[in-house]
Write a protein that binds this ligand. Structure first.
Ligand SMILES: CC(C)(COP(=O)(O)OP(=O)(O)OC[C@H]1O[C@@H](n2cnc3c(N)ncnc32)[C@H](O)[C@@H]1OP(=O)(O)O)[C@@H](O)C(=O)NCCC(=O)NCCS
Length: 229
């Protein structure tokens, strides 16, 4: 169904996709009669069955709400230079925040108690740390503006659309440039650079510069060579 409630067919979209891609590589859709029956009976996803599992958030509901209020009233309106204040608020709510970490006021943190930010790491404006699962950001790493670190998703193969936390680990001395999406379950090794507007769907290996969607290595990062150049 579309957002307005009309049924959305697949024929046009599939034929356009087939024109762009090798048809033999495309998964085959179910027969159209099956699709109709499954959709009719709520067989893809039935959100009336959705439940957040007990203990999933890691804190009681009232505590989660308290964090939202603190984030809205004390964290976000704080002056940019009040880095110590924001580090303290996050620590009060269970985050591990290292010394000298620079966290901008517009950063959004879903559950601080599932977040660890290393010494001297920088978290830029409008970054979202969607910490349904744990998010670790190593020392001296940078997450630049508007990046979205996504540590959770839904099991779309379950009718109840089960929610899952999947940790994201970002090593030390990493630079994630602007507007990067990092997918649930990904590990980014030490020293990696991820170019602006990239999409990281798989774990990335140490010492490379990755760009694109999905992110692929384009060059090695060799600071020693750059310095002596
Ligand atoms: C990733 C980055 C650091 C690489 O810089 P660089 O070492 O000068 O890389 P190059 O310009 O030599 O690019 C190497 C290749 O990757 C491509 N590329 C570089 N950045 C890319 C990006 N973000 N997305 C897609 N492709 C990219 C280039 O087009 C080039 O491809 P080619 O060899 O086919 O021409 C830079 O492109 C980038 O994304 N900077 C982030 C800027 C930013 O976010 N600033 C705000 C936060 S402070």
């Amino acid at each position: 169904m579309s957002p307005r409630g009309q049924a959305v067919g697949v024929g046009g979209e599939v034929s356009q996709l087939s024109a762009c891609r090798d048809a033999s590589a495309m998964p085959q859709p179910p027969a159209s009669a099956d699709v109709e029956a499954m959709t009719e009976h709520g067989r893809y996803q039935d959100l009336s069955q959705f439940k957040v599992p007990a203990g999933f958030r890691g804190r009681p509901g009232w505590y989660v709400q308290l964090w939202w209020v603190v984030q809205a009233l004390l964290f976000r309106p704080s002056p940019q230079i009040a880095y110590g204040w924001r580090r303290m608020l996050l620590r009060w709510f269970g985050a591990q925040v290292g010394v000298g970490a620079i966290i901008r006021p517009t950063v959004r943190v879903t559950y601080p108690w599932k977040v660890a930010i290393g010494d001297h790491a920088w978290i830029g404006d409008e970054v979202t740390l969607y910490s349904l699962g744990e998010i670790d950001i190593g020392a001296h790493s940078v997450v630049s503006q508007k990046s979205y670190i996504c540590a959770g998703d839904h099991d779309y193969q379950s009718v109840e659309f089960a929610i899952r936390g999947r940790p994201v680990r970002i090593g030390t001395q990493v630079w994630i440039a602007s507007d990067v999406f990092v997918a649930p379950g990904v590990t980014i090794a030490d020293g990696v650079v991820v170019g602006a507007r990239s999409t990281v769907l798989r774990s990335l290996q140490k010492g490379f510069v990755y760009v694109g969607n999905p992110a692929r290595p384009v060059k090695s990062r060799n600071v020693g060579e750059l310095r002596s150049a």
